[in-house]
Design a protein around this ligand. Structure first.
Ligand code: UDP
Ligand code: MG
Length: 343
């Protein structure tokens, strides 16, 4: 250390140049390690053995056509119980671009894409479902928009094909309600299928929230956002891995994470009940004044009690949702646990 200090004292000019050179080298080096991968593709996998081979075939074909300098294909195995892991391992023996993040158990789709984002190193990262419902041919268009300056390119569904009527209705209503009550502008009919520039990935990685609703966070971070449209085909094989319960959870996460409207409902309901009570009081007084005999019915009482009780329970539940989230965040548990990462 003293030698270095002596050197710096004796030839400050030289020391300055050396320091600048070191910084430049470090920059070039870190740039190189990120930059040598242009595109990261992230696939959450939960029991997708039937789709993986076809998915791999189509995706590599598209990568070949869209003159990507270099790519990595990250499969996040979300605790699959079928041969998914084995298939990905097999792909790795012939293709060094294939990477595998193995979870210690099933943590859910949002956790899987979060892990994919965390492990990606490309200048651009694309998140897509593994069941080919997010068609690989859209990748080319996304890359074009990204090269033209888009920092987030998100895909908008024109149709939800194989989904049941109930699911379509649920999704449509959900997106519209969320749009109406949330504090940020989440585009209608978008899923998690999107391209994220490195800059965006860095910021998403830094967000510590546990109850993730990625499409909301993606809007929230800002940046130049561009849409591409696509028709959503039916699932290539197998059944939907999202259960109805998971969908409802995700919807609640979206609403609670991006809006305090349910909490404000309490005040609305309170005012409503207050004014209704005032009006009733006026009516009662007036009846007494003109000597009109009001029926002493229990019906009205029961209705009021039920109504107010119901409103209170609903609002208590909504407050519970928020408190539950606060508790989750306070526990500071990670979103997922990686058993192994095969780079
Ligand atoms: N998925 C996952 N973990 C889960 C459920 C689903 O990683 O617990 C993956 C699944 O393998 C697929 C994607 O998330 O790649 C979307 O799942 P799915 O097709 O069931 O959703 P949907 O198309 O019905 O929205
Ligand atoms: Mg699907």
């Amino acid at each position: 250390m003293t030698e270095l200090e002596n050197f710096c004292r004796d030839s400050p000019q030289m020391a300055k140049r050396l320091a600048a050179e070191l910084v430049r080298m470090a920059d070039v080096h870190s740039d190189a390690s990120v930059d040598d991968i242009e595109l990261s593709l992230v696939f959450p996998i939960y029991n997708e053995e039937e789709s993986i081979p076809e998915l791999y075939r189509r995706v590599t074909e598209v990568i070949g056509q869209s003159n990507v300098r270099s790519a990595e294909i990250i499969f996040v195995n979300d605790g699959s119980r079928d041969r998914s892991e084995e298939l990905v391992r097999e792909l790795r023996t012939t293709d060094a671009r294939v990477k595998l993040v193995n979870f210690s158990r099933n943590f859910g789709h949002q956790a899987a894409i979060t892990a994919g984002i965390d492990h990606s190193r490309g200048a651009a990262t694309i998140l897509m479902d593994a069941d080919l419902q997010d068609p690989p041919h859209v990748i080319g268009e996304m890359l074009e928009k990204w090269r033209a300056g888009g920092e987030i390119v998100y895909a908008v569904r024109k149709r939800r094909d194989d989904d049941t009527f109930a699911k379509r209705l649920f999704a449509k209503t959900f997106y519209r309600v969320l749009q109406y009550i949330s504090s940020i502008d989440i585009p209608l009919d978008t899923g998690d299928f999107c391209l994220l520039d490195r800059k965006v990935v860095t910021h998403l990685k830094a967000l510590p929230e546990k109850n993730r609703f990625l499409r909301g966070l993606r809007s929230w971070v800002g940046f130049r956002q561009v849409a591409v449209e696509f028709e959503r085909p039916a699932r290539f094989a197998g059944d939907a891995k999202y259960t109805f319960r998971q969908s409802v959870r995700l919807a609640i996460n979206g609403i609670v994470g991006f809006s305090s409207f349910p909490l404000r409902l309490a005040s609305f309901a309170g005012f409503l009940a207050f004014f209704a009570a005032l009006a009733l009081l006026v009516v009662a007084f007036w009846a007494w004044f003109i000597d009109y005999h009001l029926e002493r019915g229990w019906t009205s009482i029961v209705v009021i009690v039920l109504f107010v009780g119901g409103v209170q329970l609903i609002l208590l539940g909504s407050i519970g949702e928020y408190i539950g989230r606060i508790y989750d965040e306070a526990k500071q548990r990670p979103n997922y646990i990686v058993r192994e990462f095969l780079d």
